[in-house]
Design a protein. Structure first.
Length: 157
């Protein structure tokens, strides 16, 4: 799989982010009768924008990740992959990156997924379990994995 690159999103990315959100979320928002108008989409894009990272592959922007660490958990606020790049393991790779960070910190990772979104199956295969519901969202948590980078226990001479 080609290497994924992450960079901070800027205002210059707004056209890409609006197109990405429309392409990836309209079907799911329509199914749960949630707002899909321009103002609602823009508000969702701007929410937690300080954590927005554009995901690129081979120099082409392909997605968005909003993930951040809090004192007691890591949170994945948004992950979107352009439709033409879905079903190639990229979403899994991106989520694994966050889960590895959370495991290094020995923290669980949380996210929300809309009812009926097939991404829920992916999350479950990665270890997320539903812990509740809030409106049209399933609340999910993944416990930290065994530390992939244990501290060295050897004494120095």
């Amino acid at each position: 799989m080609p290497a994924l690159e992450f960079r901070n999103a800027t205002e210059a990315d707004m056209p890409f982010l609006i197109a990405l959100r429309n392409a990836t979320m309209n079907e799911h928002l329509e199914r749960v009768n949630a707002a899909r108008d321009e103002a609602a989409q823009l508000a969702r894009i701007q929410a937690l924008f300080e954590h927005a990272r554009i995901v690129s592959m081979n120099g082409r922007d392909i997605g968005l990740l909003k993930a951040y660490k809090e004192p007691t958990r890591w949170n994945i606020a948004q992950i979107q992959i352009a439709p033409e790049f879905q079903r190639q393991g990229l979403g899994r790779a991106i989520i694994e990156k966050v889960l590895n960070e959370a495991s290094r910190d020995q923290l669980p990772t949380t996210l929300r997924v809309l009812t009926g979104n097939p991404a829920k199956r992916l999350y479950e295969t990665l270890g997320f379990r539903e812990v509740g519901r809030e409106g049209v969202d399933h609340l999910m948590v993944c416990p930290p994995r065994p530390n992939p980078f244990p501290a060295s226990t050897s004494a120095s001479a």
